[in-house]
Design a protein around this ligand. Sequence first.
Ligand code: NDP
Length: 333
Amino acid sequence: MSDKIMSIDSIHELAKTTLMKFGADAENAGAVADTITMAERDGCVSHGLFRLAGYVATLKSGKVDGKARPKINTLAPAVVQVDGKNCFAPHALKAGRPALIEATKTCGIAVMPMIRVHHFAALWPDLEGICDEGLAAFACVNYKPSVIPAGGKKALYGTNPIAFGWPRPGKKPMIFDMATSVMARGEVAVAARDGHAISDGVGVDADGNPTSDPNEILKGALLAFGGYKGSSISMMVELLSAAMIGESFSFEAAVRDNNDGGPPQGGQFLFAMDPTLVRGDEDWSNHAEGFFDKIYEQDGTRLPGDRRYSNRAKHEKDGVSVSNIVLDKIRSL
Ligand code: NDP
């Protein structure tokens, strides 16, 4: 079945109207549609329209409030808490971002804990608007257990992505954004569907034994990247997204979740830094650009985000090729 070429605007329209059909108001639907559209535009297909069915499932089950109005609580001059009141995370982020940027430009560093939100997306869209203000930023989020702690046998951590963005005045920011599991669970599911074995070191079976059979991994769990080192980073994400901000660890979110196919309620941790205030002068940009030049000097290198930005340029010009399987699924909702 061939794919359909869609303009960026028509992707946004499809996402927004679909969410509104299932009870989200224009503000909530618009924020999620922005995130979905950014993913399609940058070629991150797994977090684009493909996710719409999951978002709709949570509206249908009542787990997410599609009409929520997030509340900003300034807990300290540099702590801008956003209580999403059970909205989708992009709406909470959009509501809190101006206050976070202002606090960062005043204090040099500010934290934005987001509570009672539902995160189902890539993290880089959460950082780009902050980096465009000349700020560096970090974000992480947990989910439900699917990764074992190093040495263990049972899933406890989420796939727990982390993202870090560095501003590049006059250019698009450098943002890396990665799961802390060796492989995304979705990719394991695709290998199982297509009957492919996957590399050793990706996951374990239900008894905690290493396996390269994707079907067994789906019954078992994934491993963190980089052995015990990645496992510690995943543990850090749990601490920042739960104990630090008064939200749920992945195992706690799973207990409460209704398993409707969409994201559980949980927290997201984000902070931003103003390099001019932290460093004390404006030279940070030239200094960093010289460093990036050193990376590019070596054949075979690129900066994280370069692939996305080149997809963006192409898709903004030619439109995005969207799978008809995904479109049929949306039509059937
Ligand atoms: P990838 O392994 O595809 O990429 C991770 C990062 O590495 C990206 O920033 C990518 O940049 C960069 N990169 C890739 N290759 C190179 C290279 N050769 N040189 C320099 N940089 C490189 O991502 P993951 O599969 O780990 O994660 C995919 C997405 O899934 C993320 O956006 C993540 O936030 C999301 N996710 C969300 C979860 C949630 O619960 N909300 C859970 C898990 C994942 P580029 O994009 O330009 O290729």
